[in-house]
Design a protein around this ligand. Structure first.
Ligand SMILES: Cc1cc2nc3c(=O)[nH]c(=O)nc-3n(C[C@H](O)[C@H](O)[C@H](O)COP(=O)(O)O)c2cc1C
Length: 193
């Protein structure tokens, strides 16, 4: 469903006030994919920001000025994109970059200023509207990944403890795809499988 004939609003694409966990896609040598927390102060408007650490997303955005965003509810996509770039088989389209099970995609333009990328919504499309109950397993996978990505770069033992804590909840409350995501997390942080 294409959104037309009025000024684009973040809310049209499922963004809410607060931090929205999405898959951010940037163009580098290959298409770079990474989970990102898109910070929205007013979902009725078209501006957002992201705190960016030193990573490929930051480098690509500095050079290209464009961030593609996909809204995804698949724990495996979040897990893989946290540690590596998704290859072509995960995409239904490369121009614009759309992941196969994406619910919506957006193109944002902007620049990196200090710790943040300042972004403006330029284009996008809602692909699927999904009815889904809250699942603590999926939420726990996201929490485990936040701490796992920090652990991979900073190697602080307390971060690994948090990963294990959230994996425990994901195992108890998740389904098959959460369990597959857990295996990806364990492999990347060096926990016993
Ligand atoms: C749910 C989630 C949200 C994240 N949000 C951010 C973020 O807002 N900014 C950031 O720099 N990294 C964030 N990360 C970490 C990056 O996704 C991770 O470091 C990734 O490996 C960076 O990949 P890249 O080097 O390909 O850009 C987040 C990770 C997860 C799991």
């Amino acid at each position: 469903m294409e959104i037309q004939n009025h000024k684009l609003r973040l809310a049209d694409f499922g963004f809410q006030n607060g931090i929205n966990e999405v898959i951010g896609i940037t163009q580098g040598e290959w298409i770079n994919t990474a989970p990102l927390g898109l910070i929205v102060e007013d979902a009725e408007a078209d501006k957002a920001k992201i705190r960016l650490y030193s990573n490929h997303t930051r480098k690509n955005l500095e050079r290209e000025g464009v961030l593609w965003v996909n809204i995804v509810h698949d724990p495996i996509v979040f897990a893989l994109a946290s540690f590596e770039d998704l290859d072509a088989e995960w995409f239904s389209s490369l121009k614009p970059p759309i992941l196969k099970n994406s619910l919506a995609w957006c193109r944002m333009e902007g620049e990196v200023k200090g710790a943040f990328a300042l972004l403006q919504l330029k284009d996008g499309e809602v692909l699927q509207r999904e009815v889904k109950a809250v699942n603590r397993g999926f939420n726990a996978v996201i929490e485990a990944l936040v701490h796992a990505t920090r652990y991979v770069s900073l190697k602080k033992p307390e971060m690994l403890e948090k990963v294990e804590y959230y994996i425990g909840i994901a195992e108890k409350c998740g389904g098959e795809r959460e369990r597959e995501a857990i295996e990806i997390i364990k492999k990347n942080v060096g926990l016993e499988i």
